[in-house]
Design a protein around this ligand. Structure first.
Ligand SMILES: [Zn+2]
Length: 52
């Protein structure tokens, strides 16, 4: 089942959808770090993840 994650930061319209949960986690963590200087754990990402 595909997974998706939408960034909830203000003024950010980043959204990722992928077949692998691990891929979503990887990309979201990179995004959070690069765009928001924020470090997210795998757990943090999973909380915001939805089935797509
Ligand atoms: Zn963002």
């Amino acid at each position: 089942m595909a997974k998706q994650f939408e960034c909830t930061m203000e003024d950010c319209d980043f959204m990722i959808r992928a077949n692998e949960e691990g891929e979503v986690i990887h990309i979201v963590r990179e995004h959070a770090q690069d765009k928001h200087g924020m470090s997210m754990s795998d757990k943090d990402v999973r909380k915001g993840m939805a089935n797509a």
